[in-house]
Write a protein that binds this ligand. Structure first.
Ligand code: SF4
Ligand code: SF4
Length: 77
């Protein structure tokens, strides 16, 4: 691998913030600590889950842990 090039993550995650109720289950479930709660509030007054931007493996555990249908989408590279 060329110097200065980081290994590409195997996946990434998007949280649809208005669907999130801020329960934190995705944060507890992620095996690589890839999620956190935002400092910001969504329109319903919840601190929403956010992908931290690196390290995702695309495993989908956060998706299955989330009780809100449609709050999380996981992508695989
Ligand atoms: S897909 Fe897996 S690694 Fe990626 S944020 Fe969700 S639980 Fe974490
Ligand atoms: S598990 Fe779902 S509802 Fe709970 S904080 Fe994560 S994205 Fe939001």
């Amino acid at each position: 691998m060329p110097e200065g090039k980081e290994k590409k993550d195997r996946g990434w995650t998007e949280v649809h913030s208005e669907e999130c109720k801020g329960c934190g289950l995705c944060i507890e479930a992620c095996p690589v600590c890839g999620m956190h709660l935002s400092d910001k509030l969504n329109g319903r007054g919840y601190h929403f889950g956010e992908y931290q931007g690196h390290g995702c493996t695309g495993c989908g555990v956060c998706f299955y842990a989330c009780p809100e249908p449609g709050a999380i989408t996981v992508f695989k590279n």
